[in-house]
Design a protein around this ligand. Structure first.
Ligand SMILES: *[C@@H]1O[C@H](CO)[C@@H](O)[C@H](O)[C@H]1NC(C)=O
Ligand SMILES: *[C@@H]1O[C@H](CO)[C@@H](O)[C@H](O)[C@H]1NC(C)=O
Ligand SMILES: *[C@@H]1O[C@H](CO)[C@@H](O)[C@H](O)[C@H]1NC(C)=O
Ligand SMILES: *[C@@H]1O[C@H](CO)[C@@H](O)[C@H](O)[C@H]1NC(C)=O
Ligand SMILES: *[C@@H]1O[C@H](CO)[C@@H](O)[C@H](O)[C@H]1NC(C)=O
Ligand SMILES: *[C@@H]1O[C@H](CO)[C@@H](O)[C@H](O)[C@H]1NC(C)=O
Ligand SMILES: *[C@@H]1O[C@H](CO)[C@@H](O)[C@H](O)[C@H]1NC(C)=O
Ligand SMILES: [Zn+2]
Ligand SMILES: [Zn+2]
Length: 460
């Protein structure tokens, strides 16, 4: 009960909302529990190293991370005071592990990812993401125990980040609402510099097919409808459209099939594309323009278009400034360096993550930490390259992951101990226009009928 007053001794500044309603983070320089966090994490080094290495050596694709799920859940089940639920809400490779404090208080949560990439293994370093979540959650619980803190810390196992959007499924199932989380912490390895701000795009993916009509390519070409031409036209239209796009609009994709015989007019062509933009509103606008290019291929050739928006689009990552500044404070106290926050928070976006969706609903950060080869060099390739896969298993990278996790545990403990901080953090999120609880309709549903083939979108 008198916990807060004890904890507040020596803390000079709090997180206070300004009169205008926007949140001013009056950063205190207190890193009171960092030494204890650090000592504890160092004491479990060997166990966590083993877990990170084992996941790396056994790459599993999204929703098939059976070994990682079993490894992490059995490890958490062996920890004192944790309540572990395997296959959370019937999502087979998802889990939760809950540590209850001494009473009601903030609910801080960590996410561990552990899916790998086809043919590339752990080339996105998700073994290290698993490590950070696990370590951060355990260290937070250790301090809660020692200090008899109220509140709760939860570790979520969040499968299938790479393309299937496990966190989007978890959001839709209501998991994060049901567990009443206040904040969501995660981190991601990179070959770029350390930063609390990982800036990612909103994205959606689509598959398409053009249906034409075969004909003898020499004897009766006028009887054919060329599905390959439709796709080539659309591809070129998109290429030209790029010149009139926003600097932050992206589209990339592959043609997966054209025709099958050189002397037959192709009656089927297929492709897959990924669309990205700086936020959900831009993604909608950009997608609408791109769909016209696909229509153009159809109109010009007479081939019918079947367009399928894939399930689980991702929102852009929304980083909470108060949490970001807290993490930077701990990370710097551990000997790290971070860029100037004002510049860093507006730096260029790249890639996309399903943590973006969580960040639009719950206050979140996803610090990005640089990883290294065993010899200390930075990998020449970034995430999704073979070089990055090699670096993701080095001891130096693991050490950096632990340092990142110590910083996140610092953030979690600060939220649990500094009076008013959780409210300020949530108030900041509520002040962000468009964020908070919004669920986009998904531009796909507005296309309805495209050349008579699709009545509505097929989600798969
Ligand atoms: C906190 O530390 C920073 C960097 O060392 C310093 O610039 C700042 O004045 C300190 N703030 C307070 C409130 O002591
Ligand atoms: C992890 O621990 C198990 C059991 O002690 C051991 O068999 C295995 O070799 C260890 N793996 C690594 C990568 O350290
Ligand atoms: C563990 O969590 C489950 C699911 O929330 C709950 O039903 C159960 O009572 C909890 N067990 C303990 C020992 O707290
Ligand atoms: C999980 O699946 C089982 C068996 O199909 C069902 O009885 C149960 O209600 C499901 N639980 C949740 C949380 O969806
Ligand atoms: C449209 O594409 C989807 C996804 O590839 C496929 O399941 C469906 O059968 C196609 N529709 C038609 C009419 O071919
Ligand atoms: C995730 O974000 C995308 C992009 O904004 C959106 O289409 C989707 O509905 C979101 N899903 C959830 C469950 O929030
Ligand atoms: C360091 O290790 C990487 C990965 O094994 C290798 O590509 C690079 O050439 C090495 N650099 C030096 C200076 O040895
Ligand atoms: Zn990743
Ligand atoms: Zn990735």
């Amino acid at each position: 009960m008198a916990k807060y007053s004890v904890l507040l001794t020596g803390i000079l500044a709090l997180w206070t909302p300004s009169v205008s309603g926007s949140v001013v983070a009056r950063q205190n320089n207190n890193t009171a529990y960092l030494d204890a966090i650090s000592e504890y994490v160092d004491s479990i080094y060997d166990d966590i190293w083993n877990i990170s290495q084992t996941i790396h050596a056994n790459p599993e694709l999204g929703f098939k991370e059976v070994k990682a799920h079993d490894l992490l859940t059995s490890f958490m089940e062996a920890q004192d005071g944790w309540n572990v639920t395997r296959s959370l809400y019937n999502i087979s490779t998802s889990f939760s592990a809950v540590f209850e404090g001494s009473g009601d208080g903030p609910v801080v949560s960590f996410n561990s990812e552990y899916d790998a990439l086809p043919n590339l293994g752990h080339a996105c370093g998700h073994n290290l993401i698993a490590t950070v979540g696990l370590t951060g959650a355990l260290a937070t619980a250790k301090i809660m125990k020692e200090q008899d803190l109220p509140g709760k810390v939860i570790l979520f196992g969040t499968p299938a980040e790479e393309s299937l959007g496990g966190k989007v499924d978890m959001l839709e199932a209501g998991i994060f609402d049901d567990y009443k989380i206040d904040i969501s912490l995660i981190a991601h390895p990179s070959n770029g510099p350390d930063t609390p701000y990982m800036r990612t795009f909103s994205t959606s993916r689509l598959d398409l097919e053009y249906y034409g009509k075969t004909a003898h390519a020499s004897a009766a070409p006028y009887e054919g409808i060329n599905a390959q031409d439709a796709l080539v036209l659309a591809y070129n239209a998109i290429g030209l459209l790029r010149q009139q796009s926003q600097r932050t609009d992206q589209i990339h994709g592959i043609i997966t099939s054209g025709g099958t015989s050189i002397n037959v007019i192709p009656d089927l062509s297929t492709a897959s594309f990924q669309i990205r933009a700086q936020d959900d509103a831009d993604l909608d606008a950009w997608t609408k323009r791109i769909l016209k290019c696909f229509d153009a291929g159809s109109v010009a050739t007479g081939a019918e278009l079947n367009l399928t928006m894939r399930e689980n689009s991702y929102s852009a990552m929304l980083s909470n400034d108060i949490l970001a500044s807290s993490w930077s404070k701990y990370f710097v106290a551990l000997g790290g360096t971070v860029p100037d926050a004002q510049l860093d928070r507006i730096k260029q976006q790249g890639g996309s993550t399903d943590q973006g969706n969580i960040s639009q609903r719950f206050a979140s950060i996803q610090p990005q930490f640089q990883i290294y080869n065993e010899n200390g060099s930075v990998p020449t390739g970034g995430p999704h390259t073979a070089q990055f896969e090699v670096a993701a298993k080095s001891k130096k990278s693991f050490d950096k992951a632990l340092m990142t996790a110590k910083g996140l545990a610092g953030v979690a403990v600060e939220v649990l101990t500094v009076e008013g901080m959780v409210d300020s953090v949530k108030k900041e999120l509520e002040g962000v226009e468009g964020a908070r609880g919004r669920k986009r309709r998904g531009v796909g549903r507005e296309i309805r009928k495209v050349k008579g083939v699709v009545d509505d979108l097929h989600f798969h």
